[in-house]
Design a protein. Sequence first.
Length: 89
Amino acid sequence: MKHKKAELLFEASVFLGKELRSKFGKRILGPEYPLVSRIRNLYIRQIMVKNPASSSQSELKEHIFDAINKFKKIARYKSILIQFDVDPQ
């Protein structure tokens, strides 16, 4: 997640983290700041979803997109950029 205002990003990341945690429980890590927490005047927060190999990828994606759609319906969070990294280092 990226935004130019650190306070709004913090609030939004906590909200999205709670939404995801309600579905996935302890498989959600974060939200937290990465080692480099600001690039090109955008603050960064990340949330990691741990998915066992035995679980369904399509169900996982469906639940994540449901949470993000609920997140984007909140007017003050519409300007927050959400990027996905399917293979984080």
